[in-house]
Design a protein around this ligand. Structure first.
Ligand code: CA
Length: 232
C-alpha cells in the first residue's frame, strides 16, 4: 500500500478504450492516480511494477481473461480487485469472486457508482489491529498480522476472506446475517447481490478444508447467515 500522503493508485484493465478512458478520467478527478491497460497480459506486469491499491478488472478481455488475471494477481498481490462483468456472464461473476475478486459490478454501470465502490474498498480497515489472536481448535486468526493459520500451515486468504473470518471470529457466539457481514466489511452503502457473501464463505471453507455439512469453523445458520464454530 502507498503511504497516506500519495494518492491511491487504481489500475483499470479494460479493452474498450472509451469506457477505459471515462473510468480513468472520473477516478483522476476523484483524487486517485489512475491508469489503464487494455489487456490481461499487460495487467499482471503492471500490477507487479506499479503496485496499485485497487484493480478494476474487466472480465471479458482478449487473450488472458479477467478470471485468469485475478488468479495470477492473487499469487503476489493483496490489492483490492473489483471485477466488471456483463449481465450475461452471471456465473462468471461467481467464478470471479472465487478467483479472489473482492467486489464486482455488472455492466452497464454508472461510473460514479464505480468510483464510490473504489472509495468504499479503500475505506475498509487494512491497518493491523491490536486485537488478540483467536483460536478455534487448530485454526488461529491473528488480526494484528492479518494472518490465518491452520496448525502449522499459513492459509493464503484474500483481503475479503480475511475480513469475513475476522468479523465472524470477533463475536463467535453471534449469528451474522449476510447483510450484517456486508455492513461490517463492504460498508452500509454497498448495494448488490448479498449472495456474494456465500461465495467468499465457500472459498474460505475450501481453503480451511471445512465442509458446510459438517462444519468445524464456519457454520451456516439456516435462513439467516453464518457464525463461527461447529454446527452443534
Ligand atoms: Ca471487455
Amino acid at each position: 500500500m502507498n503511504n497516506a500522503h500519495t494518492p491511491h493508485r487504481v489500475l483499470v484493465v479494460e479493452d474498450e478504450p472509451v469506457l477505459a478512458g471515462t473510468v480513468v478520467n472520473y477516478l483522476n478527478r476523484a483524487g486517485f492516480e489512475a491508469r489503464a491497460v487494455p489487456t490481461g497480459t499487460e495487467a499482471v506486469p503492471a500490477v507487479r511494477e506499479w503496485s496499485p491499491d485497487v484493480v478494476v478488472l474487466d472480465l471479458g478481455l482478449p487473450g488472458l481473461d479477467g478470471i485468469e488475471v485475478c488468479r495470477q494477481l492473487r499469487g503476489f498481490s493483496d490489492c483490492y480487485v473489483i471485477m466488471l462483468t456483463a449481465r450475461v456472464e452471471e456465473d462468471d461473476t461467481l467464478t470471479g469472486l472465487s478467483a479472489g475478486a473482492d467486489d464486482y459490478m455488472t455492466k452497464p454501470f454508472s461510473v460514479r457508482e464505480l468510483v464510490a465502490r473504489v472509495q468504499a474498498q479503500l475505506r475498509r480497515p487494512r491497518v493491523a489491529s491490536a486485537a488478540l489472536q483467536r483460536s478455534f481448535g487448530p485454526l488461529v486468526i491473528d488480526p494484528g498480522a492479518r494472518r490465518v493459520t491452520l496448525g502449522e500451515t499459513v492459509i493464503e486468504v484474500t483481503p475479503t476472506e480475511f475480513d469475513v473470518l475476522e468479523t465472524l471470529s470477533a463475536r463467535p457466539t453471534t449469528a451474522f446475517s449476510r447483510r450484517d457481514l456486508i455492513d461490517a466489511i463492504w460498508g452500509p452503502s454497498w448495494v448488490g447481490d448479498e449472495h456474494l457473501v456465500d461465495v467468499h464463505i465457500g472459498n474460505l471453507r475450501k481453503k480451511l478444508g471445512d465442509a458446510a455439512s459438517q462444519p468445524r469453523y464456519v457454520t451456516t445458520v439456516r435462513g439467516h447467515g453464518y457464525r463461527m464454530g461447529t454446527g452443534s
